[in-house]
Design a protein around this ligand. Sequence first.
Ligand code: SAH
Length: 432
Amino acid sequence: MTEKPASVRATRITALRDTQVRPATAPAASAAPQVRPTTEGWTQQKDDEGRPLLQFASPKRGKPPVHLADLTPDERVEKVKELGLPGFRAKQLATHYFTHYTSDPAEMTDLPAAQREEFVAGMLPPLLTEVRRLETDRGDTIKFLWRLHDGALVESVLMRYPGRITLCVSSQAGCGMNCPFCATGQAGLTRNMSTAEIIEQIVRANRLIADGGLGGKKADDHSMERVSNIVFMGMGEPLANYKRVMDAVRVMVAPQPQGLGMSARGITVSTVGLVPAIRKLADEDIPVTFALSLHAPDDELRDELIPVNSRWKVDEALDAARGYFEKTGRRVSIEYALIKDMNDHAWRADLLADKLNARGRGWVHVNPIPLNPTPGSIWTASEKPVQDEFVRRLNDAGIPTTLRDTRGKEIDGACGQLVATTEDEAAAAAMA
Ligand code: SAH
């Protein structure tokens, strides 16, 4: 499911009208107008027939160098032997990388001095160069801008919460899903990230934390000082880079020293709704938390907000999400960016509740989030009373619903704001 033939790269999103019978409180009766999805300052990429472009296949670019984190423990031993050292060195190296978060040969005094530099360069080649780091005043949120070996730029966002530390990671440079309200989606897909490029974001964050670089720790917080939670909500559509993302998840949950020893439950995979890949994920037997970016309960609107809805409709995506719950027993999350006068109508809250309840009870919760501003967009977040009403209606219908915070907004590090700006490009070019 990772790569699709060119024929599905662009699919019709406009022709289908919503055939749904709406509840009595539907739009005609609603006072709130609906703003059409138009933006200023940028135009959505479209194909020859005017349909938003979907890019599933990663453009071909030079592959990043193979790294320890790309390999299984057996493959690591093989590679070490190829480099002329005995196999047991692989585990030593993994210990340095996954428990001390270092790739620096100078810190690896247990390795033979003579070949150390060359050996480490062969096994732990540099993958991410830090271009820039932005942090909030309290220092509890840090956004990293990384340059990959071929100049592609990606970001990750590190956030401290009471009792946990969350890293929002990127899985692709750019994104091919073309969602008009998301800054990443507007830039198109540069390429898939490798497994080790995904892992290295965590290792680098862990190193910074170990060195005391993440602020905001409360005196009574005795939780472990390392990344405890991962959300695949940075740049990219994780399920469009399926194999590398799943290999990365396997490395995250593998016990130390062969992996990061994280709990699968603390890892959230978020998707626009690539249905066959959701089914595959359910069969993996790794109980990660699953999140579906729904943003509209009706196809008419979702076709416009999430162009991939032209391939997999609201009901199919919800059925797949329910299937995930049935297979794994893990409650799934529905993400819903509240956009003023766009998708925040009371009748849409009711319709969402109906659709979720129709698939059973206790299997899902909803996480609305006020829209974060993106460059050029005319859309804004819903007003507070409208947000509250949306949440209230879902809760009253028996769907646990909590408004998500918009951490990192002031450093453009919040959901949907991750994009390489011309300033970023310039900073990266200056370093190259
Ligand atoms: N491609 C994946 C993961 C990346 S986006 C996905 O779409 O799920 C992570 C979350 O941020 C998604 O729910 C996405 O819809 C949401 N998001 C995107 N742009 C946003 C914005 N401007 N404001 C709030 N949330 C946004």
